[in-house]
Design a protein around this ligand. Structure first.
Ligand SMILES: Nc1ncnc2c1ncn2[C@@H]1O[C@H](COP(=O)(O)OP(=O)(O)O)[C@@H](O)[C@H]1O
Ligand SMILES: N[C@@H](CCC(=O)OP(=O)(O)O)C(=O)O
Length: 407
C-alpha cells in the first residue's frame, strides 16, 4: 500500500503542471507562479532526485501575444499559439532554473512517439540520457505539429506515459484545484476525496469540465492515475512543496495491483482512438479476448472506415461491441480481399507476404467495457447478432512472446 511518503522518497519523479497554474487570465506567462514552482523542482533536483517536468501552457501562453482573448477552437490557430507560447515558456523556464544553476532540456513529444517502436525507443533513450547528464527535462506535447487525429490534447495522460517511459517512482499532477472532489468544487457542497484505491472509490463522482484554459478536467487526471501504475498525487501548484515533502495534501491515487501494461499497450488502450473498425466472428472474438491470439484474416467478417497499415483500429464482435484495439498490418482497402481466408491460402494465392496476421498479438490490447467506445447505432445491421463477450476487468495485452498463431 503506497503512502504520501512515496512522493518524498521517489528517486525519479514526474511532475506535471496544467496551463491554469502557469499562465494568467490575459494569456501570458505567470512569471511569479513559474518561479515559485521552479523553486520547488530545483530544490528536489538539487537534493539528488531525478525530476522530469511535464509542462502544459504553450497554447495558453501564446494567446496574449497573438491578441486572442480565449483558447482557439480551430487546430491551425492552436498550432500557431503553441508555437509562440512554447518558445516563451521554455525561455522563462531556462532563466528561472538558471537561478539555481539547473540545466533544463526541452522535449516535445507526439503521440506517435509513444506508439511506434522506433520512436518510442528513441524518446526513451533521449530522456534517459538527459537524466544521466543531470539535466532536468521539460516535456510538452509538440502541439505545433500535432493534428486532431493523432494528439493527446491534454498533458495528464502524456505525463502518465512519460512516467512509464522513464520508469519513474511517482507522479504528481498539479492543477488549479487542490484535490479531487465529489463534484466540481466551483459548486457548493463538493467534498475532498483524500484517497482513491480503485474504480469503486470513484462511483458517483462528477469528473466534469475543465477550467478556462485547461483541457480534460478531472477525467484525464483520473485516467492518468489509472495508466501510470505508480502512486499519483493530484493537488494544486501552491501545494507542490508540501506534496513533494510527503505531506498528506490533495488526492492520493494508489496504483492498481498486478502486472503493468507496457507503455505502448497503455498508449493503445488509453491514448488512441480507432481510425476504423474490423468486425470479428465469434471464434475470432474468443481467440483475441480469451486466448490472446493474433487476429487472422479467417476470423474477419467486415471492415469499416478508411485506415492505413500501422493505424490503431477497434475490433468488435458482430453485435458492434468493441472488445480490443490494435495496430493493423493492412490498409482498410486490402482487407475485404483477405476476409475469411486462411493465411496459408493467402500465401499460396498472393505470395509469402500475405502469410501474416491482420493484427499481431503484440500490437493488440483487450479493452475493458469502460475503455471501449460505444457501438454505432445502426452498426452491422446485415449481420445476425451474436452474444456479447463479457468484458475482462481491465485493458490487458497478450502475455506470451511473439510467434504463436491461431490457425
Ligand atoms: N470532481 C472534481 N474535482 C475537482 N475538480 C473538478 C471536478 N470536476 C471538475 N473539476 C474542474 O476541473 C478543473 C481542472 O481541470 P483542468 O482545467 O483540465 O486543469 P489543468 O489545466 O490543471 O490540467 C478545475 O478547475 C475544476 O473546476
Ligand atoms: N500541450 C498543451 C496542453 C493542453 C492543456 O491545456 O493541458 P492541461 O492544462 O494540462 O489540461 C499546451 O501546452 O498548451
Amino acid at each position: 500500500m503506497s503512502t504520501h511518503a512515496a512522493f518524498a522518497q521517489a528517486r525519479r519523479i514526474v511532475v506535471k503542471a496544467g496551463s491554469s497554474s502557469l499562465t494568467t487570465a490575459l494569456g501570458t506567462i505567470d512569471a511569479d507562479r513559474i518561479d515559485a514552482l521552479v523553486d520547488v523542482l530545483a530544490a528536489r533536483h538539487a537534493a539528488g532526485a531525478e525530476v522530469v517536468f511535464v509542462s502544459s501552457g504553450a497554447i495558453a501562453a501564446g494567446l496574449g501575444p497573438l491578441g486572442l482573448s480565449r483558447r482557439p477552437r480551430d487546430l491551425a490557430t492552436q498550432q500557431a499559439a503553441a508555437s509562440v507560447g512554447q518558445g516563451l515558456l521554455f525561455a522563462r523556464y531556462t532563466s528561472s532554473f538558471a537561478r539555481y544553476g539547473t540545466t533544463v532540456g526541452q522535449v516535445l513529444l507526439t503521440a506517435d512517439d509513444m506508439m511506434r517502436r522506433t520512436h518510442h525507443r528513441n524518446a526513451s533513450r533521449a530522456l534517459a540520457q538527459l537524466l544521466d547528464l543531470g539535466v532536468l527535462p521539460i516535456v510538452n506535447e509538440n502541439d505545433t505539429v500535432a493534428t486532431d487525429e493523432i494528439r493527446f490534447g491534454d498533458n495528464d495522460r502524456l505525463a502518465a506515459l512519460v512516467a512509464h517511459l522513464t520508469r519513474a517512482d511517482a507522479l504528481v499532477l498539479l492543477s488549479d484545484v487542490d484535490a479531487l472532489y465529489t463534484g466540481d468544487p466551483r459548486r457548493p457542497g463538493a467534498r475532498r476525496i483524500a484517497e482513491v484505491h480503485g474504480p469503486a472509490d470513484l462511483d458517483g463522482i462528477e469528473l466534469g469540465g475543465s477550467g478556462r484554459v485547461g483541457t480534460g478536467g478531472m477525467v484525464t487526471k483520473v485516467e492518468a492515475a489509472r495508466i501510470a501504475g505508480i502512486p499519483v498525487l493530484l493537488t494544486n501548484a501552491a501545494s507542490a512543496a508540501r506534496a513533494l515533502a510527503g505531506e498528506p495534501v490533495g488526492t492520493l491515487f494508489h496504483p492498481a495491483e498486478g502486472r503493468r501494461l507496457s507503455t505502448r499497450h497503455l498508449w493503445l488502450a488509453h491514448a488512441t482512438t480507432g481510425h476504423g473498425r474490423i468486425v470479428l466472428d465469434q471464434g475470432a472474438v474468443e481467440a483475441v479476448v480469451r486466448r490472446r491470439k493474433s487476429l487472422l484474416p479467417a476470423g474477419v467478417t467486415g471492415v469499416q472506415g478508411d485506415f492505413a497499415a500501422g493505424d490503431p483500429v477497434d475490433l468488435c464482435g458482430e453485435d458492434g461491441q468493441v472488445v480490443a484495439r490494435g495496430l493493423v498490418a493492412y490498409d482498410a482497402a486490402e482487407i475485404p480481399g483477405l476476409m475469411g481466408r486462411s493465411t496459408r491460402w493467402l500465401a499460396r494465392e498472393h505470395g509469402p507476404g500475405y502469410e501474416r496476421e491482420i493484427i499481431h498479438r503484440d500490437d493488440l490490447v483487450v479493452l475493458a467495457a469502460s475503455d471501449a467506445p460505444p457501438a454505432p447505432a445502426a452498426s452491422h445491421a446485415s449481420h445476425a447478432p451474436v452474444p456479447a463477450t463479457p468484458a475482462p476487468p481491465a485493458a490487458q495485452a497478450a502475455p506470451d512472446p511473439r510467434g504463436t498463431r491461431d490457425e
